[in-house]
Design a protein around this ligand. Structure first.
Ligand SMILES: N[C@@H](CCC(=O)N[C@@H](CS)C(=O)NCC(=O)O)C(=O)O
Length: 209
């Protein structure tokens, strides 16, 4: 049994989507980051960086923080959504690192300067929008010849998709990146993605589907 500590954010949804895809039993603990629940002593024991998502695996007694590490931990544990072949596995690691180090943080800065604090700094909003557009162009090129980022549907798609679902917040016209838009709709139609999106709370219709 896996305990999932999460909130209705892209990083949280990566893990609920994977758990839904795996079809395993898991228990959800909602950590309301708007109310500061991520700073509670009990939560810090499994997530010392005071961020969601985090998991506790009752089978192994291990806790894991950081969405990329959690995706890898679960994919390796269940031998699903990650290739066993070294070359293809390295590609998955490559694009997972691209997401956790670039696509996520840059879009997150876009949310800060263009959504939550619009107008506070035109310079910062423009800087992160430009970089977001560059990253969408990179992803669009990658998806030019394939249905999923690393050919087969994998934890990389689960890592990127929840961030793309916030395209309105980072002011990206997703339709201007047709390969990304088609991939976004393809992934978004999956039952597990639709279920995982609404964990821990139902948040209304998924944008763009
Ligand atoms: N690098 C971390 C980032 C996690 C993250 O930024 N979580 C946000 C929500 S998406 C959070 O918990 N924020 C609360 C805070 O910063 O206090 C990961 O990929 O898991």
């Amino acid at each position: 049994m896996i305990d999932l500590y999460t909130w209705t954010t892209p990083n949280g949804r990566k893990i609920s989507i994977l758990l839904e895809e795996l079809g395993i039993n898991y228990k959800v603990y909602a950590i309301d980051i708007g109310k500061g629940e991520q700073h509670r002593t009990e939560f810090l024991k499994i997530s010392p960086n005071n961020k969601i998502p985090a998991i506790f695996d009752h089978d192994t007694g291990q806790s894991v923080m950081e969405s990329g590490a959690i995706l890898l931990y679960l994919a390796q544990k269940y031998q699903k959504f990650i290739p066993s072949d070294t070359k293809r596995r390295t590609e998955v690691l490559e694009w997972l690192m691209w997401q956790v180090a670039g696509f996520g943080p840059i879009l997150g800065q876009g949310h800060h300067f263009s959504h939550y604090n619009a107008g506070i700094s035109d310079y910062a909003a423009e800087r992160f929008k430009k970089e977001a557009e560059r990253l969408y162009a990179v992803l669009d090129k990658r998806l030019d010849s394939r249905d999923y980022i690393c050919n087969d549907y994998s934890i990389v798609d689960m890592a990127c998709w929840p961030w793309a679902s916030r395209f309105e917040w980072h002011k990206i016209d997703i339709t201007a990146f047709p390969n990304v838009f088609n991939w976004y709709k393809r992934v978004g139609k999956r039952d597990a993605v639709q279920k995982g999106y609404h964990i821990p709370n139902h948040m209304g219709q998924i944008p763009g589907l």
